[in-house]
Design a protein around this ligand. Sequence first.
Ligand code: CA
Length: 227
Amino acid sequence: MKVLLIEDEPKMVQTLKKGLEEHQIEVDFALDGITGLMLSDQSEYAVIISDIILPGGVTGLDVIRQIRYKGNQTPVILLTALGLTDDKIAGFDAGADDYLTKPFEFRELLVRIKALSRRKNGNFANQSILRYADIELNLDAKTCTRSGLNILLTPREFALLEYFLRNSNRVISKSEISEKVWNLDFDTGTNVVEVYVNFLRKKLEKGFNQKVIHTQFKNGYILRTEE
Ligand code: CA
């Protein structure tokens, strides 16, 4: 099991890392929120443990909001010296799963990590919903919603959106789409990808201010919420 620890007190990092490793839990750590976000993009963690107040302008709450926004559902435990109800509510609102107020006992953290990692594995087994921003794709029910509104997709559009959601924030070339979604060789010279991306785009973006599928370098597309 591997966890990510985002904490700016080196002593605390050292103690927790040592303790967790004694329990066969591998630890990657970041001393600020930006590094924490970077690491959370690069590796799959069983649990993310983050302090709230961090240097560098990205707080623990920002970290949670960002990773949830990207569709990352890794459980997050917030560590903080703040124990006020308002802060707890802000933490849960941002998408935290658990909360520990400093000072805490190491074994309490250990118990919570284990509980959350079990929950995550359980969820993974029947993980059937893909999310990105306000878009939700239910792979079992074959339904799609944006901001809670139903969007009717054909099976091909559904498959295309699934591929976009699994590769969000990454430029995907037309040839990659035709190969992975259509099982076609790009040399067939078909513009089928372009046509279907436009169908999907219209359905997803009609009535919404925020565009989600952007054309990149003429040859590819990217699913993301910023221009
Ligand atoms: Ca701190």
